[in-house]
Design a protein around this ligand. Structure first.
Ligand code: PLP
Length: 816
């Protein structure tokens, strides 16, 4: 059946298909009652409509043979897929009609879908936004990732503490994936290498006595926005090899054989829940190699099937974008496959490898930089280690040619970090093996080239470039904010969804009273929707007439939820003292997960909850201040939260947040930012204008130069507001029954070497917050600021980001 015939089979109504899937595929009786099976039947019916386009896209790729992009990422934080597919296929009206006949609505049915939470936070969500933009721009991009059996843990709060539960997102099945066992790949671990000469006297290497695991692809369709394109996200799952089981079985150990299966499957069992930190766990390195090897074997095999052993033009037709250092083993693995499996010479293999690899750096935080012990490589990936040594030796000899005698520079630039426990620096492997290295916001890229990667920048400056992150306006505006979407469509037509710059035409609408009115009433309805969510999940009453002040993101010291808490306590103290003249009533929402092993972050959650509970229990606070910690922050909750915020808290220590993308979602949906000069905040402020952004705090250079020079005790004593806040905290006012619980938090504020400069930024943060109150008191002026933010958010579409990747990295003219 070709695509046209496939399509013809689908000319029945969506409603017929839902009934058919309900009765035949799912084997259920009369629809009605169960949203779950209705969701499944609808998902299958929508999926049917993706399949023909999917095949068409694959066919077109084979015909046109463009340069193909492979986006390798350990994380894809997808969220739900149903509404996205419905929106991109333009099926919304049909679906609503069909569901009406089942006495149901889309909102109820879609809430049955469990989030695909295959990522920690920003990095994984970026990968998901990128796939949507690539498909919507019609670019030939395949995502490669891991199909974790358990995604990001579910967070619940018990007595104020975070408790983690497994995320069994596959328990009801997954209608969006297609297993492709015929494309399985064999992944090797352990063993040792044999060096020998082949028949023609050439030096060859065999990697033997390995423990092998199968990588089986599960493909998910990635529909473009109303353009007929459906790209692929290929997620690998681990399975035991057949022979392995058989060997064990023949040896008479049936149960061992079954256990071997479990051991193999462990590789893709669970997502590591650490954001911005690496624990150096062996299983994590296994996962990384598993992804790199399976994906490369897949691409090279497809090439080999079409072109045979001629890899001469491979790099002209293939590029790999590595999402952080996690998949940079791909560089060494590509060399291994070309040398050992396909018989190429080193120089040819290296030419192909470094011309097809591009690396994106996501962080400057030392604790997040991946370094793996050489000893771990020796026993897990011995062949890869040999190749890394060879890459390093050849690279360092070029450094020596360029700077003769500069031994210190060679030591600094070596992939191998010397010391009692020598380690492999994955970022350096990423730089040396790639033709492009990019940061994710202007400041971040500047800090990379002037700091962490300075030596490499001096060696080859042309390799470095910036690609400021973005988010997809399909999910983060059109889908999540139907009220604003309708207003925008009405005002601008619907072209903005794929050309977000068109939002700039709203700029003059700030002066239009009628438009302001409509914009404000959309915001108000979204605040009511958010208040409902907060009530359901936290039993805290949020009043849509009050200012909604929101900080949602992973809990981390550098993101400074602590600074937010200090401001909450400041506000509490003022209301207690009846000093409310310059205050506006506020509802403050905080949400986010802490890495399960990150004690300080978990303690911050407890502190937030204790402060919230003292405040919410006090009737004097009710008119002025309400605080909620919303559990289990994920993509689906963010879809509600970002539309209902008035104020977006982006208050990281300057120089620490590479870009941020939460900041962009809030801006698009008409929230005003209070923030530091960090990451993309800088570009947001430039775009919207300084009068529509509440700036505070040290900048990145000041943070560097004042480190260890600040005197928190003096700052506290010299500021009566700060003293009062610390007095409340230190007196145990928020932990009456838990004495001493917050000692480490308090100590960190008072530490002159506090890396996060909380005390140093306290005063200017409070002043900026008071400026927010003053601005919010003028509701017309505030609405103007909100409109200005939405209007200036066009630059932060991931379509713009992806066009830049395409023009300047993937398909750069003259590069080939
Ligand atoms: C956008 C998003 C993030 C990233 O937020 P930041 O504020 O940039 O850290 C993290 N998690 C989820 C669920 C998101 O949607």
């Amino acid at each position: 059946m070709n695509s046209t015939e496939l399509n013809r089979r689908l000319d029945g109504t969506l409603n017929d298909d839902i009934d058919r899937h309900y009765a035949l595929t799912l084997g259920r009786d009369e629809p009605g009652g169960s949203h779950r099976y209705l969701y499944e039947a609808l998902a299958l019916s929508v999926r049917d409509r993706l399949v023909a386009r999917w095949r068409q896209t694959r066919h077109q790729l084979r015909e046109e043979r463009p340069r193909r992009v492979n986006y390798l990422s350990m994380e894809f934080l997808i969220g739900r897929s149903l509404h996205n597919a419905v929106l991109n296929l333009d099926l919304e009206d049909d679906v609503r009609d069909a569901l009406q006949q089942h006495h149901s609505d889309l909102e109820d049915v879609e809430s049955e879908e469990l989030d695909a939470g295959l990522g920690n936070g920003g990095l994984g969500r970026l990968a998901a936004c990128f796939l949507d933009s690539c498909a919507s721009l019609g670019l030939p991009v395949t995502g490669y990732g891991i199909r974790y059996q358990y995604g990001m843990f579910q967070q619940r709060i018990r007595n104020g503490f975070q408790v983690e539960y497994p995320d069994g997102w596959l328990r009801n099945g997954n209608p969006w994936e297609f297993e492709v066992p015929e494309h399985a790949q064999r992944i090797r671990f352990g063993g040792h290498t044999d060096h020998y000469r082949d028949g023609s006297g050439r030096h060859r290497v065999r990697w033997t006595d390995t423990y092998d695991v199968l990588a089986v692809p599960c493909d998910m369709p990635v529909p473009g926005y109303r353009n007929g394109v459906v790209n692929t996200l290929r997620l690998w799952k681990a399975e035991a090899t057949e022979e392995f089981n058989l060997d064990e079985f023949n040896a008479g150990s049936y149960t061992d054989a079954v256990q071997a299966r479990t051991r193999a499957e462990q590789i893709t069992m669970v997502l590591y829940p650490n954001d911005q930190s690496e624990q150096g766990k062996e299983l994590r390195l296994r996962q990384q190699y598993f992804l790199a090897s399976a994906s490369l074997q897949d691409v090279l095999q497809q090439w080999h099937e079409l072109h045979g052993p001629d890899f001469g033009t491979f790099a002209a037709y293939n590029v790999f974008q590595l999402n952080d250092t996690h998949p940079t083993l791909a560089i060494a693995e590509m060399m291994r496959l070309l040398l050992d499996d396909y018989g190429l010479e080193w120089n040819d293999a290296w030419e192909i490898t470094h011309n097809s690899m591009a690396y994106t750096n996501h962080t400057l935080l030392p604790e997040a930089l991946e370094v793996w012990p050489v000893s771990l490589f020796e026993h897990l990936l011995p062949r890869l280690l040999e190749i890394i040594y060879e890459i390093n030796a050849r690279f360092l000899s070029r450094v020596a040619d360029r700077w003769p005698g500069d031994v210190d520079r060679q030591r600094r630039m070596s992939i191998i970090e010397e010391g009692p426990e020598p380690r492999v620096r994955m970022a350096f492997l990423g730089i040396i093996g790639s033709f492009s290295v990019n940061g994710v916001a202007a400041l971040h890229t500047r800090l990379l080239t002037s700091g962490l990667f300075r030596d490499f920048y001096e060696f080859s400056p042309q390799r470095f470039n910036n690609k400021t992150n973005g988010v997809t306006p399909r999910r983060w505006l059109s889908h999540c904010n139907p009220g604003l979407k309708a207003l925008l469509d009405d005002t601008l037509g619907d072209g903005w969804i794929c050309h977000l710059d068109e939002l700039a035409r709203l700029a003059s609408r700030g002066d239009d009273a009628d438009f302001r009115e409509r914009f404000a009433s959309v915001k108000r309805a979204n605040k009511a929707r958010l208040a409902e969510l907060v009530w359901e999940r936290c039993a805290v009453e949020f009043d849509p007439d009050m200012l909604f002040d929101v900080q949602v993101k992973r809990i981390h010291e550098y993101k400074r939820q602590l600074l937010n808490v200090l401001h909450i306590i400041y506000r509490y103290d003022r209301v207690l003292r009846g000093d409310t003249d310059t205050l506006q009533p506020r509802c403050i929402l905080i949400a986010g997960k802490a890495a399960p092993g990150y004690a300080m972050a978990k303690l911050l959650i407890k502190l937030i909850n204790n402060v919230a509970s003292v405040i919410n229990r006090d009737p004097r606070m009710k008119p002025w201040l309400r605080v909620a910690f919303l559990p289990d922050y994920n993509v689906s909750t963010m879809e509600v939260i970002c539309t209902g915020a008035d104020l977006s808290e982006q208050i990281s220590t300057a120089g620490k947040e590479a870009s941020g993308t939460g900041n962009m979602k809030f801006m698009m949906n008409g929230a005003v930012t209070i923030g530091t000069l960090d990451g993309a905040n800088i570009e947001i402020r430039e775009a919207v204008g300084e009068s529509n952004f509440f700036l505070f705090g040290l900048d990145a250079d000041q943070v560097e130069s004042q480190r260890g020079q600040t005197d928190p005790a003096a700052l506290i004593d010299g500021d009566t507001d700060f003293s009062r806040v610390m007095q409340l905290l230190e007196s145990g006012h928020f932990n009456m029954l838990e004495p001493g619980l917050f000692r480490t938090v308090i100590d960190s504020i008072r530490d002159p070497y506090d890396l996060w400069m909380t005390a140093a930024d306290f005063r200017s943060y409070i002043d900026a917050q008071l400026a927010v109150d003053a601005a919010f008191a003028d509701s017309e002026g505030w609405t103007r600021k909100c409109i200005a933010n939405t209007s200036a958010s066009g630059y932060f579409s991931s379509d713009r980001t992806i066009r830049e990747y395409a023009d300047e990295i993937w398909f750069r003219k003259g590069h080939w």
